[in-house]
Structure formats: structure tokens, C-alpha cells
Write a new protein. Structure first.
Length: 583
């Protein structure tokens, strides 16, 4: 793990030497493991996991770190112990044959201690020393210390012998674990071991709301800083896994790479990019709005990119999800067969919140997905309060961000105060929030999708109608009218009405165009007639003008000739005599 290296770094100056336990998560909490060459006390009530912690410490040391170990049991016989841990994949017989571990059962008879009245661990020291030397052991477990001192009532002798035991282990240079049962008013029954131990780890097994929860706390650790919180741990077929609480430092790396949601229209609403890699996405809505379909589409798009997706289902079985998604054209089974998709299905009531968180961590580390889906997270309310669920999701988101894994949460929204608080509480944690709501009109229910927020990218602030078809999911622009938002059949009817109106309008325009053409032709015909008539009148007028001009010309010529004639005959005219005139 990348972040383990940082957590396992120990300052060189003044720091004690530590031994890695190999137990997942414990080395991170202790910042390097248990104190080397010193005894560690692991205490807790019956069934808390003390023996299993101890045997895993021995086995992991032998297998992973080449450190042989001795397991000395005072309660369980060797054969019983081997049988009990075989379910975890630990073959103690093989390890014993290879001299990597040694299991020794020591029977302590309380009546013998009472009869003699004396108590001395010298015989135990000899036996333990031989076991250590025979295989060169570096690790030792004594399980459990109460059996050694069960018949001893003298507190002075008890304190002295416990000190002798711890000093003996230190003198052998072994890293030791001593288990002890929880006392009523102290960490152990005697209440002394915790004071002489260099490291004390308390295991707790509690029942809350009929849900079993195991927690671990480091009570003290001499010479070293350590985690001080309660940490949940899980015991399963792979051993023990401890889940460290989330880091308080907000210094996670971020990516600018984007991942497609698998819905082209949604990607366009997200600025033609999709979701940022390593981001957290919340899809919330009422029942039946298609939240699982969106998650399955996102998972399908991930697998088509040949990337791994881990799908945590808290409500439906994997086969049910695969069958249902076939109805919208998504074949998830082929991705399961190719190893790109894996389902992890369980009821929330199977574990407590911490156990679910540990199980999710383990599944993610094993499968190494690039995308994780949790469907739905609101079911976790049945095993924890709103604040506890939010705390769990904070820790999960921090872990996924550190691993650059994109996560999509589904949340069921109801008209209740609890669900509203859950929705609002979770939405503040995520990077993107998609909200699907019912839109009821025209006697039917349709879906509307909003992008409530998307950190770091431009996104549409409009509502889209969310439709589920045989070929997948799609988003359609809603129709805005004077009556508000129209969806479904109301939108189709309005669009049909508009289209009908456009056709009628087009036909009316075409009819008017034809009428205009006809009128134009009639008018042009009339214009041609008027033009002909005008030309006729003009021709008549021109004829009159020509005749008048011709008449004027002829009259002018006639007058001119008459004038000339008069001038020619003037000289031949005789004037009458004056006498005659007088007569």
C-alpha cells in the first residue's frame, strides 16, 4: 500500500525497534508493529479474538518475515488449536515440521498449587527456554496468563512472579504476546500485567442493536506514539483485519482525468466530460426512479473501458441485478465472466457499520477496482444512526480518494426527517450529486433529473426528463409551457399539437402563396391590357398630332405660296386716275 509506507516510517533518533505483526491494519495503527524484544499484553473478554490475534502473529512472522515462533498454550491443547485455525488456511503441522513454529501445551493443575502452597515458574522458564532455543524463535506467545496464576491468592508472590516472567522474556530477546482475560474493574483479572507490559492492547466484543461489533484499542505503548481511537476489526476466513480510522489530513492527490457516466446526455450536462476520476458521486431519488440503473450503466461503461468495478449490493442479489439490467439492454454477466465486474452482496444487518467498512476495505484491496458502487447506502440506517453512517462514509471516501478510486453511492429518498437528514449529510461529503425526482402530471408519473452539484466543473442547471428504454438510459429536454414543465405524454401531446399547428400553418401559407400567384397573374394580365390600351390611345393621339402638324405645314406652305403670288402680280396692277376718281 502506498500510504502504509508513510505510516510505517519511524524516526531513527530515539525510536524503539518494532516488529511487524503482519496483521492487516494493526501495523498501521501501531506505526510499525509491536515493540521488539519486549512483552505485549493483549486482553479482552471471552470470544474477543485474543488467541487468534496471537496465532496469526506467530504464523505471519514465520511465513512473511522469516521469524520462527513459539506458541505456548495453557488452555487449548495443540491438536485443538491446529483444528481451530485450519479454517483460516493456517497449516500449523506443516510449519512445525519445517521448524518454523513450535506449539507447546502446558497443563496447569490448580489443585497441585493449592496442595504445595508454593509457586515458582522456574520449570516453565526451563521449558519455554528450550522451546525458544530449539528453533531459534524470535516470537513467543503465552495463552493465557490467568491459567498460570489461577490458584495463587498471595498478591506479593503474584506480582513477583509476573515480573520474573516478563523479565525472562526480555532476557531471551523475543517479541512476546501474553494474553489475558478482562477483569471487572481492571484490564485483566489480576490487574498487574498491564503495569509491567510495555504495550497493552484491549480487544472488545460488544452487541449493539443485536449487531455484533469487535473493536481494538491500544491502551499504552511505551516509547512510541500510537493511534488512540477504537478501531473495528473483522475476523473472517482470511484472518484478522483491523481498519484504521480515517486520516485527519486533507492532503489527498486529485486527478483531472474524467470518466464517462455511460449516458451521453448526462456527460453533456457535465460539460461533455463526465465525472472526475477518484471523485465521489451521490445518486438519490425515491423508489423506482432508476438509481440502480444509473449505477449499473456507470459500471458497464467502466468494464467496457476494460477497468474493474466492484458493486456492493445491500438490497438486491447479484443475479437479480443482472437480470433486471438486461431489460434495458445492459449485459453485466459478460463483464462478470471476464473478471471486470464483481458483486459483493450482503444484508446490512449481517454486520455492524464498522464490520461493513472492514469488509469493504478488504474486498477493495483484494479486487483492486477503479470504480466502486454502493447500492443503497440508506439501508445502513437500519444498523446505525445518521451521524454514525456519515462517519463511516467519511472514512470510506477518504480511503477511496487515497487510492484514486471513483465511488458512486445510491441513496433512497423518502418524505421523512431521517432520510432528509441522511441525504443532506451525505451530499455534503460527495463531489457530485445527481437528484432524481418524480414529476406527476397528465395522470402519470415521470422522472426528472437534476445535477445538484459537481465540484470543479461546469454543469447544467436545468432539469431533464430521465427516461429508461429498452436500449438504455437517456435524458430528454423537458417542455416549458404556460402551465409549467410538461413531461411524458403531456410533452408528446404538446409537441404533436405544435407539429400539427406547424403543418396547418404551412398549408395555409402555401394556399396564400398560390392565391397570391393567381392574383399576380390576373394583375399582370390587366396590366398588359391597360398597356395595350394605352399604346392604342397613344397611337391615336400621335396620329392627331401628326395630322395637325401636317395641316399646319400645308397651311403654312399654302400661305407662303399665296404671299409669293401676291408679290409677283403687284406690279401689273394699274392704279385708277384721279379724274375718274373725282367724277
Amino acid at each position: 500500500m502506498a500510504k502504509s509506507k508513510k505510516q510505517l516510517e519511524i524516526p531513527s533518533s530515539g525510536a524503539i525497534s518494532k516488529t511487524l505483526t503482519g496483521i492487516s491494519g494493526l501495523d498501521e495503527i501501531t506505526l510499525g508493529g509491536l515493540p521488539s524484544g519486549r512483552p505485549t499484553l493483549i486482553c479482552g473478554e471471552a470470544g474477543s479474538g485474543k488467541t487468534l490475534f496471537s496465532i496469526e502473529f506467530i504464523v505471519k512472522g514465520a511465513l512473511d518475515y522469516g521469524e520462527p515462533g513459539v506458541f505456548m498454550a495453557f488452555e487449548e491443547k495443540a491438536d485443538e488449536l491446529k483444528t481451530n485455525v485450519a479454517s483460516l488456511g493456517f497449516d500449523l503441522d506443516k510449519l512445525e515440521r519445517e521448524k518454523k513454529i513450535r506449539i507447546d501445551y502446558v497443563h496447569i493443575d490448580r489443585s497441585e498449587i493449592e496442595e504445595t502452597g508454593e509457586y515458582d515458574l522456574e520449570g516453565l522458564f526451563i521449558r519455554l527456554g528450550y522451546a525458544i532455543d530449539s528453533i531459534g524463535a524470535k516470537r513467543v506467545v503465552l495463552d493465557t496468563i490467568e491459567n498460570l496464576f489461577s490458584g495463587l491468592s498471595n498478591e506479593g508472590v503474584l506480582r513477583a512472579e509476573i515480573r520474573r516472567l516478563f523479565q525472562f522474556l526480555k532476557s531471551k530477546g523475543v517479541t512476546a504476546i501474553i494474553t489475558g482475560e478482562r477483569g471487572e474493574k481492571s484490564l485483566t483479572r489480576q490487574g498487574l500485567e498491564e503495569y509491567v507490559s510495555d504495550c497493552v492492547i484491549l480487544l472488545d466484543h460488544r452487541i449493539i442493536n443485536q449487531i455484533s461489533t469487535r473493536r481494538l484499542r491500544i491502551v499504552k505503548y511505551r516509547g512510541s506514539v500510537h493511534g488512540t481511537n477504537e478501531y473495528p476489526f473483522l475476523i473472517d476466513d482470511e484472518g484478522i483485519s483491523v481498519l484504521p480510522v480515517t486520516s485527519l489530513e486533507l492532503n489527498k492527490e486529485v486527478s483531472s482525468e474524467s470518466l464517462s457516466s455511460g449516458i451521453d446526455a448526462l456527460d453533456r450536462m457535465l460539460g461533455n466530460s463526465g465525472f472526475y476520476k477518484g471523485s465521489s458521486i451521490l445518486v438519490s431519488g425515491t423508489a423506482g426512479t432508476g438509481k440502480t440503473s444509473i449505477s449499473a450503466t456507470f459500471a458497464n461503461a467502466t468494464c467496457l473501458r476494460k477497468e474493474k468495478c466492484l458493486f456492493f449490493a445491500f438490497e438486491e442479489s447479484p443475479k437479480q441485478i443482472i437480470r433486471n439490467m438486461r431489460s434495458i439492454g445492459i449485459d453485466l454477466q459478460k463483464h462478470v465472466d471476464k473478471g471486470y465486474l464483481e458483486f459483493y452482496a450482503s444484508r446490512p444487518t449481517l454486520y455492524g457499520l464498522e464490520m461493513h467498512l472492514v469488509a469493504i476495505h478488504k474486498a477493495i484491496r483484494r479486487f483492486k477496482p477503479s470504480v466502486v458502487v454502493l447500492d443503497p447506502i440508506t439501508n445502513l440506517i437500519t444498523i446505525g444512526s445518521v451521524s454514525e453512517v456519515k462517519t463511516m462514509l467519511v472514512r470510506l471516501i477518504d480511503f477511496l480518494q487515497a487510492e484514486q478510486i471513483t465511488v458512486m453511492f445510491n441513496a433512497l429518498t423518502l418524505n421523512t426527517v431521517i432520510n432528509e437528514q441522511t441525504d443532506e449529510g451525505v451530499s455534503s461529503l460527495v463531489d457530485a450529486w445527481l437528484l432524481i425526482r418524480d414529476i406527476e402530471n397528465n395522470g402519470e408519473r415521470n422522472r426528472g433529473l437534476y445535477i445538484m452539484k459537481s465540484r470543479g466543473m461546469k454543469h447544467s442547471n436545468q432539469i431533464r426528463e430521465f427516461v429508461i428504454t429498452d436500449n438504455g438510459l437517456d435524458l430528454i429536454d423537458v417542455f416549458l409551457s404556460e402551465d409549467g414543465i410538461l413531461t411524458g405524454s403531456a410533452r408528446e401531446a404538446k409537441l404533436l399539437l405544435e407539429q400539427t399547428g406547424e403543418v396547418i400553418h404551412a398549408q395555409a401559407v402555401s394556399r396564400k402563396d398560390r392565391e397570391l400567384v393567381r392574383k399576380r397573374k390576373v394583375l399582370e394580365s390587366k396590366i398588359d391590357g391597360l398597356r395595350s390600351e394605352y399604346e392604342s390611345v397613344e397611337e391615336e393621339l400621335n396620329k392627331v398630332y401628326v395630322e395637325e402638324a401636317l395641316k399646319k405645314q400645308i397651311m403654312g406652305d399654302t400661305l407662303s405660296k399665296m404671299t409669293d403670288l401676291r408679290r409677283t402680280d403687284f406690279g401689273n396692277i394699274q392704279k385708277p386716275s384721279s379724274k375718274k376718281n373725282k367724277k
